[in-house]
Design a protein around this ligand. Structure first.
Ligand SMILES: [Zn+2]
Length: 196
């Protein structure tokens, strides 16, 4: 009789249907339901657009910061550059300028555009958190030197669109790890200054 095989066929199709509709471990943006498909689609679109938009967005934001903070900036304070030099020896120090306190409309503590570092707080070279923030931004300067300004702008935007977070952004992870070095010349390890 063909009833047996036919029945098993229905079972297989039924199982597949169940698995497809209710995954046991749905991942954000990958599950099969309508809203999550929409999110997955939106994220795919964002990742695609980021390849084209990353550079213009970066330079537009840089222009806004320059307009809001029309100052040349100051070199990195000696108190900081002296202690940080061992970890940033490969940096083009003379090109680095710090603009602080700066107006940063996106609410970040610090933003690095090329060799120009915008910091929301006023310079406090003896404050370990401020040093840590500078070291974090100097890591971004080093990325700029390594990748070139266009490469940095493109890479940062594309990774932002992919991760949608500071925590998982590979260039932010690198900067946070770099900032961790400041604990070596201070008594207490400071909290990591994220947001930048
Ligand atoms: Zn950062």
């Amino acid at each position: 009789m063909h009833l047996g095989p036919g029945f098993r066929g229905v079972q297989v199709v039924g199982s597949l249907t169940v698995v497809s509709a209710e995954p046991f471990h749905p991942e954000p943006g990958t599950a099969g339901s309508g809203p999550s498909r929409l999110i997955a689609g939106a994220r795919f679109l964002l990742r695609s657009v980021s390849h084209v938009a990353a550079v213009p967005v970066f330079f537009s934001y840089g222009a806004v910061l320059a307009l809001l903070n029309p100052r040349r900036g100051t070199p990195v304070p000696a108190e900081i550059s002296e202690v940080l030099r061992p970890w940033t020896a490969d940096l083009e120090w003379p090109r680095v300028r710090i603009v602080a306190p700066a107006l940063i409309p996106t609410g970040h503590l610090g933003v690095t555009i090329g060799h120009r570092i915008y910091l929301r707080s006023r310079p406090e070279p003896l404050d370990v958190r401020w040093r840590d923030l500078v070291l974090h931004e100097l890591a971004h300067v080093r990325q700029v030197e390594r990748m070139g300004l266009l490469g940095f702008a493109h890479g940062y935007g594309v990774e932002w669109a992919r991760t949608l977070s500071y925590r998982d952004h590979p260039m932010e992870i690198e900067a946070r790890n770099s900032a961790g070095h400041s604990a070596r010349f201070t008594d207490a390890a400071p909290p990591t200054t994220d947001r930048g």
